[in-house]
Design a protein. Structure first.
Length: 93
């Protein structure tokens, strides 16, 4: 008897966060967090580590969405899906 191999689908696509300005961001439950204002750089000067997301048109507060919290980016619709809830995202001025 031969053993069968099982494969799971794994995505190894690296997201280019520099081109996501204006994308809509939704949390794990599908609730809108806001729109991407700009990428945020930290450990490397040319690779963004997070996104600054603005909650509303007149809102001053922004949320800092780390790159590891991003589950998927749909370039066709301009939506970023997160793997965390909105309450788990840190906010800043």
């Amino acid at each position: 008897m031969q053993a069968r191999n099982t494969f799971t689908e794994v995505s190894a696509i690296a997201y280019d966060l520099r081109r996501t300005a204006g994308y809509l961001v939704a949390d794990r439950g599908g609730r809108v967090v806001g729109r991407v204002e700009c990428p945020m750089y930290g450990s490397a000067p040319d690779v963004p580590d997070a996104l600054a997301v603005r909650g509303g048109f007149l809102s001053r507060r922004r949320r800092l969405v780390p790159a590891d919290a991003i589950e998927q980016i749909d370039g066709a619709t301009g939506v970023i899906g997160l793997s965390v809830d909105r309450d788990e995202i840190k906010s800043f001025l």
